[in-house]
Every structure is written in structure tokens, then in C-alpha cells.
Design a protein around this ligand. Structure first.
Ligand SMILES: Cc1ncc(COP(=O)(O)O)c(C=O)c1O
Length: 365
């Protein structure tokens, strides 16, 4: 691996498989299904490995990510994002024409009429899932009564079919303790199940009740009545997850191979700056990480600053690194780092075994 040019995006094949099987085994043990979020890996190959491990389909954030997944043969896709512009709805119709079993998020009554109007020009109906807010305060209707109101509105649109209720507890990243994550995960599960139960009391069937964030899915996924989990980051893990206590640093599958390009009295410079390592440091107000990435095998180095192409590693004690030495750095946030690279270098026991494309790199539309 030391022959590789830097910076390179490295993926440990065995750790990847372990991480995938951990999610799928959890789902199997709970008798629920697994629909991983692909925004972390943006790779057809990795989505296919997840499908082989039992995933029922994938979750995407963007239509362009769904288009890439569909082209890669993944035909059951949740776009967990509110969509109401006519141009974007036309792209959804294209996916339906390709036979994709598509579902999208809805959380606004007004969006229903935009969807209905566009779909009336086609032979298709579209499956929609209600997004409820379980505490992140981003998108989503409030659980319970408001979810029922939206469910009734969906039922009155002939071109829409209500398939499920879901939430994403992204505020789990701001938790200070595992106990707090436990509470958030439990509330996440309840927000979905109680909303679904309220709908069913009114005679509206809710087949899918879906939850998922990497910190919380093992708690929310155990709440009775939940039928699906959607973890994304857990396919790789990263320094933020290790800092939260969700995993250990040894389980992180994704690293950057970096070179030492400068050695000074109290610092070393790596060729990985904000354009490769990214500036994330965890949820606002909850910085569980030290610096901008974990330099494997070098606890004496803290990457204190990033400029675009330089990572400044401050030495807490003397380091043995010399010019042109290579190190592996576990990024703070794997999902944003992946989007900076064209390909993964796949390795096993220190040997490069393959190169996989980051197929949906830059797909933000
Ligand atoms: C709707 C939705 N589902 C699932 C996930 C996966 O979360 P994580 O990467 O924490 O597993 C996300 C992450 O942004 C999301 O927005």
C-alpha cells in the first residue's frame, strides 16, 4: 500500500464486511428489515454487498443518488427527502418508468398537490412515507395528531399511496453520554410507532415504521412496532462515532493515506487538508473528537489545523516521522470525506485487492 500516491481513500475490506453484517444481523435478530442509507458510501458495489447481506433496498437523500443506485440495479429505493418541485417530480416519474419501487418523504400538505398534479399526467401512483420529527427539528411533522392529519390528506390524493412513517434522530450526534443516546433512540422509535398506531386507530394502515441513525438504531430498532432500520455511517464508522462511544477506533473501515510533506520542531505537515479530510468536528456544541482526524499509531500527533491542502499535525511529544513517510488517518466524518474522492482503494491485510468507484460522488441534485 505504501506505493500508492497520496492522499488516497482506503477501505479495509474485512472491516467493511464486519460492519455490514453487524447491521444486517441486528435487523434479522429483531425480525425487522434493513434499508441502509447510501449517502455514506455512494457506491453501487457497497450497496450490492449490503443487498447480499439482506438489505431490502437503500435509502438516499437525493434523486441523483437514487438515479445512480437504479442504474446499478438497486430497484427498491427510499428518497428520504421532501420533493415538491415539478422538475424534480418529473425525474421521479423517470425512475418509476424504469420499474423502481420508489418511495419518497412527505411532510407538507402543499407538496401533496404538486405531486398529484404531475402524476396525473402519468399512469403511475407514487408511494410516500410520512416523515415525523423525533427531536432533530429539521424536517418532519410532529408525531401523533399532525401525522394523522397528513395521513388523511395523503389518502385523499388518488395518485399517492401511503406506505410508511419514518424519522431520523440526527440529534443523537449531540448526545453527551450513551445514556442520552439511549433516551433519544427510545423516543425515536416511539415517535414513529405511536404516530403509526394513531393512524391505524383511524383505519389508515401503516405497513412500514422506519428509524435509523448510526448512534441510535440499535435502541430505536428494538422498540416494539418498528419494522425497519436505516443506518448509514455504520458501514464505515469514523472518529466522531468512536468519540461518541458508539464504536471503537479499531472498527473504522475508512482511512486516508497521507504523506508527510514537512517536518518541523513541533509539528508535521500532511498532504491532507480540508479538501480531503473535511472540517467536521461533530455536532455543534458536542466536539467528541480531538483535531481533524485520528492518525493511526501516532497518539503523539493532533491534527490541529487544516488549510485546503495542508493538515497541520502538532506534536505532543517527539515523533519519529520523516519526510515522505505515509500514515493512515481515520477521518472525523466519513460521509463527507468519501464525497471528495473518485475511488476507493480496497485493501485486505495490508494488500491492495481492488479499486471501486465512488459512483454517486457529487450527486447533490
Ligand atoms: C433520513 C435519514 N435516514 C438515515 C440516515 C442515516 O444516519 P447515520 O448516518 O447516522 O446512520 C440519515 C442521515 O443523515 C438520514 O437523514
Amino acid at each position: 500500500m505504501n506505493q500508492l500516491d497520496t492522499p488516497s481513500l482506503l477501505l479495509d475490506y474485512q472491516k467493511l464486511l464486519t460492519n455490514i453484517y453487524e447491521m444486517s444481523s441486528f435487523a434479522k435478530e429483531q425480525g425487522i428489515v434493513y434499508r441502509p442509507h447510501m449517502k455514506t458510501h455512494k457506491s453501487i458495489k457497497i450497496a450490492q454487498l449490503q443487498m447480499e447481506a439482506g438489505a431490502v433496498g437503500v435509502t438516499t437523500a437525493k434523486i441523483s443518488e437514487a438515479e445512480v443506485m437504479a442504474a446499478g440495479g438497486i430497484k427498491d429505493i427510499l428518497i428520504a427527502y421532501p420533493i415538491s418541485s415539478p422538475d424534480k417530480i418529473k425525474r421521479l416519474v423517470k425512475l418509476l418508468e424504469q420499474g423502481v419501487q420508489l418511495k419518497i418523504a412527505v411532510d407538507q400538505t402543499k407538496a401533496l398537490s404538486y405531486l398529484q398534479t404531475e402524476l396525473e399526467q402519468t399512469p403511475f401512483t407514487l408511494e410516500v412515507w410520512i416523515k415525523v420529527n423525533s427531536g432533530l427539528n429539521r424536517c418532519g411533522v410532529e408525531p401523533g395528531k399532525d401525522a394523522v392529519i397528513l395521513a388523511k390528506a395523503i389518502m385523499s390524493h388518488s395518485k399517492l399511496k401511503l406506505g410508511g412513517i419514518f424519522t431520523h434522530a440526527g440529534h443523537s450526534y449531540a448526545a453527551k453520554t450513551m445514556d442520552e443516546i439511549e433516551t433519544i433512540g427510545y423516543q425515536e422509535g416511539l415517535a414513529v410507532v405511536e404516530s403509526a398506531n394513531e393512524c391505524e386507530k383511524e383505519g389508515i394502515r401503516i405497513p412500514v415504521r422506519s428509524v435509523g441513525s448510526t448512534p441510535s438504531y440499535k435502541i430505536a430498532g428494538k422498540v416494539t412496532g418498528v419494522t425497519e432500520i436505516r443506518p448509514g455511517n455504520a458501514v464505515f464508522f469514523d472518529a466522531i462515532q468512536a468519540g461518541l462511544g458508539v464504536t471503537s477506533i479499531g472498527r473504522c473501515a475508512l482511512t486516508l493515506l497521507a504523506s508527510v510533506v514537512g517536518v518541523y520542531k513541533n509539528r508535521v505537515i500532511f498532504d491532507t487538508g480540508s479538501k480531503s479530510l473535511c472540517l467536521d468536528k461533530g455536532a455543534h456544541g458536542n466536539q467528541t473528537v480531538t483535531g481533524f482526524g485520528h492518525v493511526i499509531g501516532h497518539p503523539e500527533i493532533v491534527i490541529e489545523r487544516l488549510s485546503e491542502e495542508h493538515g497541520v499535525g502538532v506534536l505532543l511529544q517527539e515523533a519519529s516521522l520523516k519526510l515522505n513517510d505515509k500514515v493512515q488517518i481515520i477521518p472525523n466524518h466519513a460521509c463527507t470525506v468519501v464525497n471528495q474522492f473518485d475511488e476507493y482503494i480496497i485493501h485486505e491485510n495490508g494488500r491492495v485487492i481492488d479499486v471501486w468507484k465512488v459512483d454517486a460522488r457529487g450527486m447533490v441534485k
